[in-house]
Ligand binder design. Structure first.
Ligand SMILES: NC(=O)c1ccc[n+]([C@@H]2O[C@H](COP(=O)([O-])OP(=O)(O)OC[C@H]3O[C@@H](n4cnc5c(N)ncnc54)[C@H](OP(=O)(O)O)[C@@H]3O)[C@@H](O)[C@H]2O)c1
Length: 290
């Protein structure tokens, strides 16, 4: 087994990695640290961990992820997503660790209407997206042995996410107004975690920028309908346009990522987003805190 350090492990992706490791009987084999245990903006504490663990691979799941709040908390989002990433990248360089940094479809402006390739130039349209893109740049500038993995529309049984919000609204029998003019491809954090564990343990994580999502595309409206249908719930879901639901942060109208390069390079068997959703909705954990 490799010495793998996971930072920011208390979030959706970190919890999903923990779940996948348990399922595979690898519990306690990887070193998982939540923000409480180590803050990625704390260089001294992080250095101590690197010094003790001498990790071969470091996965950074830690991030400021609240897209809307980031517009108001600009310096905090920058501190975590850019300065924190730089600290981790420098330590990876110093200790010869392979740095796997998680990024987002929100680095793109959404003006395309075919899936974004890794060669497309980012042009973020909100502060969260800007900090994630700047985080990619500092990772590239400071760590030679690097993989940037962009994912989109993450959901899981843990933390706050779109799937759980829709289920909760349906249970409370509230009417839902959901935008139909923002197109993306959701992926479960479990699917991403499985891919991370598979490729890290088989030593086949490619270096460079990669996009990892499911197959197919959807609007948030159609995604919401499928969540409710597969959950066996009933709800009145009203399709609306983005301008009818004003937010501080602009969202890309189209942020589908092409997973072609990841599939070709790692041999991944991606599935349709509906199948991924079906699998996650069958997990007992999904229904524990609704
Ligand atoms: N969620 C999405 O839809 C989405 C879409 C595309 C890309 N991504 C990217 O995917 C990655 C994982 O996202 P996620 O959905 O798992 O996010 P999440 O559930 O919000 O988890 C993020 C984790 O980072 C931790 N964190 C925040 N500041 C930190 C710091 N200074 N030091 C250490 N840890 C810190 C948080 O700690 P607390 O537990 O204390 O809050 C939380 O546990 C992120 O890079 C995100 O940008 C997410």
């Amino acid at each position: 087994m490799k010495t793998v350090l996971v930072l920011g492990s208390g979030g959706q992706l970190g919890m999903s990695i923990s779940k996948v490791l348990c399922e595979k009987g690898y519990k306690n084999k990887w070193l998982l640290f939540s923000r409480k245990e180590v803050d990625i903006t704390d260089p001294e504490k992080l250095k101590m961990i690197f010094e003790q663990a001498k990790p071969e691979v470091v996965v950074n799941c830690g991030a400021y992820t609240n897209v809307e709040k980031a517009e108001d908390e600009r310096s905090e989002a920058f501190r975590v997503n850019v300065q924190g990433t730089e600290i981790v990248a420098r330590l990876c360089q110093q200790y010869g660790s392979h740095f796997i940094h998680i990024s987002t479809d929100y680095v793109f402006d959404g003006r395309k209407n075919v899936p974004y390739e890794e060669t497309d130039v980012p042009n973020p349209i909100n502060w969260y997206g800007y900090t994630k893109w700047a985080g990619e740049r500092v990772a590239i500038n400071n760590a030679e042995n690097l993989t940037i993995l962009r994912v989109s529309g993450l959901y899981s049984p843990w933390r706050k996410n779109f799937v759980k919000t829709m289920i909760n609204l349906a249970i409370k029998r509230r009417e839902m107004r959901v935008v139909y003019d923002q197109i993306h491809c959701p992926v479960s954090a479990l699917f991403v975690a499985n891919e991370l564990v598979r490729t890290i343990e088989n030593d086949i994580v490619p270096r460079g920028i990669y996009h990892l999502t499911n197959d197919g595309i959807t609007s948030w409206y159609d995604f919401a309908r499928k969540i409710i249908e597969l959950s066996g719930l009933r709800a009145n879901i009203v399709p609306i346009r983005t301008h009818e639901f004003p937010t501080k942060a602009k969202r890309p109208a189209y942020s589908v990522l092409s997973n072609r390069k990841w599939k070709e390079t790692t041999g991944a068997k991606t599935i349709h987003w509906e199948e991924d959703l079906y699998n996650v909705l069958r997990m007992p954990e999904m229904w524990e805190n609704v």
